[in-house]
Design a protein around this ligand. Structure first.
Ligand SMILES: [Zn+2]
Length: 184
């Protein structure tokens, strides 16, 4: 799934936290947005492995939530938002396609790397590939709570994220050819 989809899923969780009266909701949202995008920075390394840790982020996220509940400060809430979002991102990548350049061909069985087991989890392809129309539908659906609950820069980030997502979906299938032509 797109990095923006993951960011919106994290933001939706932060929105639930805010709606429940959680303190420092803006810090939670900022952390969640960053944590939703962060794992995909490994596009520059080994994608869905180098910065994707489905198991370790989950353990750290539980610890961070306990710390934030015990010592509620902007920084602890922000870190908890980051780790929860990164954990959900890493785990939910298994519902998308494989890591190949053209994931709509469904030829790659590498979904996300399970570091504790030293193997790849196979992609389930509920969302066939990142940038698929259904990916956009998921992204926009999860963007709604953040749009409703927050204002200011977070709302602007939601709008920008939706715009980027639409653009990405429109050009997604042309990207591999461009990459092969200009970057290799
Ligand atoms: Zn990812």
């Amino acid at each position: 799934m797109m990095a923006t989809t993951h960011a919106f899923v994290g933001l939706a969780l932060a929105s639930a936290y805010a709606a429940a009266g959680g303190e420092y909701a803006t810090a939670a949202a900022a952390g969640a947005l960053a944590g939703g995008v962060f794992p995909d920075l490994d596009l520059l390394a080994e994608h869905r492995k180098t910065l994707h840790f489905p198991e370790y982020y989950a353990v750290l996220a539980v610890l961070a939530v306990v710390v934030a509940a015990t010592a509620t400060l902007p920084v602890t809430v922000g870190v908890a938002g980051f780790l929860v979002s990164a954990a959900v991102h890493s785990a939910s990548d298994v519902f998308g396609g494989g890591t190949e350049a053209r994931p709509w061909l469904a030829q790659d069985e590498r979904g996300v790397f399970l570091h504790t087991q030293g193997r790849w989890a196979a992609p389930r392809r509920y969302v066939r590939y990142d940038g698929a129309p259904e990916d956009l539908a998921v992204a926009v659906t999860f963007a709604v709570p953040g749009w409703v609950v927050f204002d200011g820069w977070i709302r602007e980030a939601v709008l920008a994220g939706v715009a980027v997502s639409v653009g990405y979906v429109l050009v997604r299938k042309r990207l591999p050819a461009l990459e092969e032509r200009y970057l290799q």
